[in-house]
Design a protein around this ligand. Structure first.
Ligand code: G1P
Ligand code: ZN
Length: 548
């Protein structure tokens, strides 16, 4: 097989967003687009890591969405032509994001390439994505993503070879021009790890006692993992996993575990004979939604509740060394950390910022308001892990989800929370809004909006406590007297125009007010948010497209 270099017309790369490069499938299918990114990655890695890629082992797999397998075949050829030693590919091209992280760590690989656009819709008109994870199993840090971005801007050709497609449907060993390819069971390493994290005997007992779970895999990647864990290993009733067959277009829906896209689950959990716990995960299996009877647990609360109950999970038997949350995530977990006397770190949005803290043993548990929670068992957020954590809590506490949540609020107070998204905005207008807001921050303290007095305002910058790297412009924060907060930032994962995210939070210590609906409680903050950033005037939108 001869290796050849295919010239590319000068290519202008796109700066990778919050989690890798994400684009419409039609963009990824353009001649040379995926190839340019992958070639740039292979050329950037030696620079960014100081190590040669020749002979190294990479993990490769994705969430099974449309274009997954075609992309894998393309990447394998580029990998062989660029001198990689071995590729570990999930059978059928499948690997959930947490499972890819588990494989990289368990087998000491150099890194991994994960193909997914997470919770974005799939299919020929949907989205596709590619991200690189480093040897700790976590998302590439900015040092690496920036190096890849710089390479994509100058790249003028890629190395590949002509070869028939590599069969991926059966486990085993093959080779491509001197590069070994191992097709591996996509579930095994992950399940082996997760069995060490939780008390499976205890959970089996829970299901033997008649406990009922409904897990909605949303026709995305978690189906095979969930069936193996819940139904086969833990003995949950057949049918516990619904929509368990992965489909290239996710059955035409958004594989996004939230009340809008997982409304069937929310309805099932509101029905008279609802199961004890409802849960769902997203396209690539790293997000989670936790639903009780008639109640969706907010991800920020879920993170705090997991932290408060970590002692119930064998993996955390020595206690938590520290926790972290992304900046816009509600500060409910901060209260738990304070009660436990452990540090709580605030990081920019995106899982990659947790990696150093986890590696350095400064934190054991972390999460984001966007339905991601995880721990030091991996370097990715992990949807099924969160469900197993909740099952562990319920096995020990024997109460309903609503009781566990209400009791948590009684002890720590409630952080009312909502995220307002303004989607598909004109990019320039959205950028202008943020720019003007940044310019106005210094003038806000002392002023009042909707009856709320501003105490302080800043543009969040983060200095990584482990390596000292600085990340700026991570969102405008406005703090009000009484502890309320508004955060504004632009999404780094959208593929259509710009998305403005506005995060509202209000702390309420009084248990008599904990069961109020969030919307009226947060209404003054929503009003203040619109006024401060002149959202209507600058975006032409009177209200958000999505409230989460
Ligand atoms: C969103 C979430 C963020 C998460 C990311 C990847 O990014 O807000 O918490 O890490 O997806 O799942 P955003 O679109 O806000 O940049
Ligand atoms: Zn995801």
């Amino acid at each position: 097989m001869t290796i050849r270099t295919v010239p590319l017309t000068p290519f202008v790369g796109q700066r990778p967003g919050t989690s890798g490069l994400r684009q419409k499938v039609s963009v990824f299918r353009q001649e040379g687009y995926l190839e340019a990114f992958v070639q740039a990655l292979f050329e950037a890695l030696p620079e960014a890591t100081g190590e040669r890629i020749a002979g190294k082992t990479l993990v490769l797999g994705g969430d099974g969405r449309f274009f997954n397998e075609a992309a894998i075949q393309t990447i394998l050829k580029l990998a062989a032509a660029n001198g990689l030693g071995r590729m570990l590919v999930g059978r059928g091209g499948i690997l959930s994001t947490p499972a890819a992280s588990a494989v990289i760590r368990a087998r000491g690989c150099f890194g991994g390439i994960i193909l997914s656009a997470s919770h974005n819709p799939g299919g020929p008109d949907g989205d596709f994505g590619i991200k690189y994870n480093i040897g700790n199993g976590g998302p590439a840090p900015e040092r690496v993503t920036e190096a890849v971005y710089r390479k994509t801007r100058g790249i003028d050709g890629y190395r590949t070879l002509d070869a028939p497609p590599v069969p991926l449907d059966r486990e085993g060993e093959t080779a491509l021009a001197g590069m070994a390819i191992s097709v591996i069971d996509p579930v095994a390493d992950y399940v082996a790890l997760i069995e060490r994290v939780f008390d499976f005997d205890r959970l089996r007992e829970l299901f033997r006692g008649g406990f009922r779970l409904r897990f909605d895999a949303m026709h995305a990647v978690t189906g095979p993992y969930a069936s193996e864990i819940f139904e086969r290993r833990l003995g949950a009733a057949a049918g516990t996993v619904v929509n368990g067959a992965p489909k290239p277009d996710f059955g035409g829906r958004h594989p996004d575990p939230n009340p809008t896209h997982a409304h069937a689950l929310v309805e099932a959990m509101a029905a008279p004979a609802a199961p004890d716990l409802g849960a769902a995960s997203d396209g690539d299996g790293d997000r989670n939604m936790i639903v009780g009877r008639g109640l969706v647990v907010s991800p920020s609360d879920s993170l705090a509740i997991l932290a408060a109950n970590a002692g119930l999970v064998p993996w955390f038997s020595k206690g938590l060394c520290g926790v972290a949350r992304s900046m816009p995530t509600s500060r409910a977990v901060d209260r738990v950390a304070a009660a436990l006397g452990i540090p709580c770190y605030e990081t920019p949005t995106g899982w990659k910022f947790f990696g150093n803290l986890l590696d350095a043993g400064r934190i054991a548990l972390c999460g984001e308001e966007s339905a991601g929670t995880g721990s030091d068992h991996l370097r990715e957020k992990d949807g099924l892990w969160a469900v197993l954590f909740w099952l562990s809590i319920m096995a020990a506490r024997r109460g309903a989800v609503a009781d566990i949540v209400a009791e948590h609020w009684r002890r720590y107070g409630r952080n009312f929370y909502a995220r307002h998204d303004y989607e598909a905005l004109d990019r320039d207008r959205a950028a202008l809004l943020i720019e003007r807001l940044r310019g106005a921050l210094a003038r806000l303290p002392g002023r009042s909006f909707a009856g709320l007095a501003v105490e302080s305002a800043d543009d969040f910058a983060y200095t990584d406590p482990v390596d000292g790297s600085v990340t700026e412009n991570q969102g405008c924060r406005i703090h009000f007297s009484g502890g309320s907060r508004i955060v504004y930032r632009l999404s780094g994962t959208g593929t259509e125009g710009a998305t403005l995210r506005v995060y509202l939070e209000r702390y309420e210590p009084d248990p008599a007010r904990h069961l109020l609906p969030a919307e009226p409680v947060l209404a003054p903050l929503a009003e203040a948010a619109a006024e401060i950033a002149e959202i209507a005037a600058l975006t032409g939108r009177a209200r958000p497209s999505v409230i989460a």
